[in-house]
Design a protein around this ligand. Structure first.
Ligand code: TYM
Length: 332
């Protein structure tokens, strides 16, 4: 059986990278797989979160998923902390994963920065919780952006080691699904930097809550180079800003980069930016409008999360019970 699990942190701004690297793919996968989508609030507090803002963001990110087209009847949509199996299985995995494995995680190094000694223990153990998210449902496929690849490799290592250590074939070896033409959307201000919610400049990203004017202004200011656009994908080599904007256009229009370049190759950036703005506004503003409508009715969002939590727990609890049995915990 194929089952998808994926998660998103309810922190800061939901942006175009989240949408193109993850959410848009989730929307297209929902017809073919059983899908579980999770707002990972336990992961969020690995760095400081203001409690009121965490609650607001959890609703807003949920609204973003729904507005983008995730159907909460067909899929399970919930927030992580409401299903205790995540934290419970994460503890078991803390005892399976090795310090050396976690020490190699580039995201920890990036997020902890120079002051590693002052990072939370949760930030270090973050990938174990992520493995628990996925394996509490025995998910077979995980659609993510490219930046999560290393964490998914660790999930596979944990599943393998658990199976080997206990002599069982219990956990699946999960496959990442890194799909589309924008698996790593870069900052609009610097083609070498990932688009991220923590970038100090709001001009670096397009937020899912940006209106048409903000989208137009940010794209107008987006960094480019002086050459016209190339006609082939090879011509994007060494032109990170051009590659990024073409990738964004391709993903938003469900085309390949080659198809897009066949249409726009030879154009100056100024013309292409107008096309891109029109496209981005046409895709993003309906989502943005629906998000605002949902945020005005938080009760409906909470109801989705509540129902999702029940359905998620019904899947995860029996799996956790089996794990406790395998590990040798005496039942009460
Ligand atoms: P998070 O919240 O940082 O991002 C959510 C999803 O968006 C993708 N993404 C991007 N894709 C392309 N370009 C970008 N610039 C960009 N920025 C973010 C991410 O790859 C991700 O798919 N650790 C995860 C959350 C998580 C999770 C899980 C994911 C927790 N448990 C289990 C999958 C399975 C994270 O921080 O994602």
């Amino acid at each position: 059986m194929n089952r998808i699990f994926s998660g998103i942190q309810p922190t800061g701004n939901l942006h175009l990278g989240n949408y193109l690297g993850a959410i848009r793919n989730w929307v297209s996968l929902q017809g073919d797989y059983e899908c579980i989508f999770c707002m990972v609030d336990l992961h969020a507090i690995t760095v400081w979160q203001d409690p009121a803002e965490l609650r607001r963001c959890t609703r807003e990110v949920t609204a973003g998923l729904l507005a983008a087209g995730i159907d909460p009847k067909k899929n399970v949509v919930f927030n992580q902390s409401t299903v205790p199996a995540h934290a419970q299985l994460a503890w078991v995995f803390n005892c399976v994963a090795r310090m050396g494995w976690l020490n190699r995680m580039t995201q920890f190094k990036e997020k902890a920065g120079k002051n590693k000694e002052n990072a939370s223990v949760g930030l270090f153990a973050y990938p174990d919780l992520m493995a628990a998210d996925i394996l509490a449902y025995k998910a077979t496929h995980v659609p993510v952006g490219e930046d999560q690849k290393q964490h998914l490799e660790l999930t596979r290592d944990i599943a393998q080691k658990f199976n080997n250590d206990y002599g069982v074939e219990f956990f699946p070896i999960t496959e990442p699904l890194i799909l589309g033409e924008a698996t790593r959307v870069m900052s609009l201000r610097d083609g070498a930097k990932k688009m991220s919610k923590s970038d100090a400049s709001d001009y670096a990203r397009i937020n899912m809550t940006d209106d048409a004017d903000a989208i137009a202004q940010k794209l107008r200011k987006a960094k480019t180079d002086p050459e016209p656009l190339p006609e082939t994908v090879d011509g994007l080599e060494g032109r990170p800003e051009a590659a990024n904007l073409i990738g964004i256009y391709a993903a938003l229009s469900d085309k390949t980069k080659a198809q897009v370049l066949a249409e726009v190759g030879g154009k100056p950036f100024s013309d292409f930016k107008k096309d891109l703005t029109e496209l981005a506004v046409s895709v993003l503003t309906p989502i943005n409008g629906e998000m605002a409508r949902l945020m005005a009715d938080p009760g409906s969002v909470d109801a989705v999360l509540r129902e999702g939590a029940e359905r998620a727990a019904a899947i995860a609890e029996p799996i956790l019970k089996d794990v406790y049995e395998i590990v040798g915990f005496l039942k009460p």
